[in-house]
Design a protein around this ligand. Structure first.
Ligand code: ASP
Length: 344
């Protein structure tokens, strides 16, 4: 139910969605969000109010950094009590990283924060941006009769699908269906109506306050294995100065080579207090290190299973836990369990 007193804050951070085509020159130019309603006339028909907050200059999401993430979180925190929900317009390139990191920065979120963007600029005739924008706003405004929001969590909405943000990954550089949530059910599907799948949506404790956590540590790395990988490459990554956490992208159900040099390098890194999390290179499925000998040795060394977490979520979760200076064993434990619904 969308109530007419609902208020949504639309935060424009950048990305393709915020562009228009100059009809005379054909060039893509930044869209003037302060004239949103005249540029997107459909906005006038929304039955709730929408205020806008603009990042200036806009960020191409392939250049997003930790400061930008903190700035986005601050806008939500500073306006948390004034709005029923938030829509963050963001470039699609790194949207899953931003969705994941914000999910860890927000603890006990009790309002919808929906990230959306588009593959074609909003000012293009065939844009996917308008539908994404309008439906994301409607979802952010949707409340039950008792005033509780329908989706009190951090989501990505793209091309008719509402997904848990930290479960998403960008799967297509061309199609409008650019995102998927391979290991978790959709939270809602938009057709003639928006169909919510309530049993998959988080149910926060409304008596607890929401906490905003700004500490992030980017002394982390992603190490993607491939057949023929050189010892010098693995060594360069695992001995990076200041390194504290590694997402090890392994094969299949969490398997890796057993060459002595690899085991040695990994063992030294673990003994030096680096947290290593095993994430599969497969889009679907789980890490199960006990299945094969090529996984068992990782488990014995002390590599943590990331189960079915995405690389984006594993990396940003590490950034958040390391930033909060938790103890080594606590981080290893917290990486192996779900904190925000990021793993099954
Ligand atoms: N490079 C753009 C961005 O991520 C692409 C997009 O928005 O789809 O900001």
């Amino acid at each position: 139910m969308i109530s007419s007193d609902a208020k949504v804050l639309l935060i424009y951070t950048g990305g393709t969605i915020g562009m228009v085509e100059n009809i005379e020159t054909g060039a893509l130019e930044a869209f003037d969000f302060s004239h949103l309603k005249s540029n997107v006339p459909e906005m006038k028909r929304l039955r709730f109010s929408v205020d806008t907050y603009l990042f200036d200059p806009p960020i191409d999401s392939s250049e997003v950094n930790l400061h930008n993430w903190i700035a986005m979180a601050k806008v939500v925190e500073n306006n948390y009590d004034k709005y029923d929900g938030f829509v963050i317009l963001h470039g699609t390139d790194t949207m899953s990283y931003t969705a994941s990191v914000l999910s860890f920065m927000f603890e006990n979120l009790t309002k919808p924060v929906i990230l959306t963007g588009s593959q074609l600029p909003i000012g293009k005739l065939r844009t996917d941006g308008k539908e994404n924008l309008i439906t994301a706003l409607e979802i952010a405004a949707d409340k039950y009769e008792d005033g509780r929001p329908v989706v009190p969590e951090l989501c990505v909405y793209m091309q008719n699908l509402l997904m848990r943000g930290n479960r998403t990954t960008k799967i297509n550089a061309d199609n409008f269906s650019a995102f998927n949530s391979p290991n978790y059910a959709y939270l809602a599907e938009a057709g003639l109506n928006i169909k919510y799948h309530d049993k998959f949506i988080l149910n926060p404790d409304y008596d607890k306050p929401v906490c905003f956590n700004y500490e992030l540590d980017n002394n982390v790395a992603i190490l993607k294995l491939f057949p023929g990988i050189q010892p010098s490459l693995v060594e360069a990554v695992l001995t990076m100065p200041g390194l504290r956490g590694v997402v090890l992208e392994t094969f299949g159900s969490g398997n890796a080579l057993r060459d002595y040099w690899f085991i040695d390098l990994l063992d030294t890194a673990l003994k030096n207090g680096i947290v290593v999390v095993n994430v599969t290179q497969c889009l679907y499925g789980n890490v199960e290190m006990h299945r094969y000998g090529t996984g068992q040795h990782l488990e014995r060394l002390g590599v943590v299973s990331g189960h079915d977490i995405t690389t984006e979520a594993a990396l940003t979760k590490l950034m958040s836990l390391l930033g909060n200076n938790k103890e080594y064993d606590d981080i290893r434990h917290l990486m192996s369990i779900s904190l925000r619904g990021e793993m099954s």
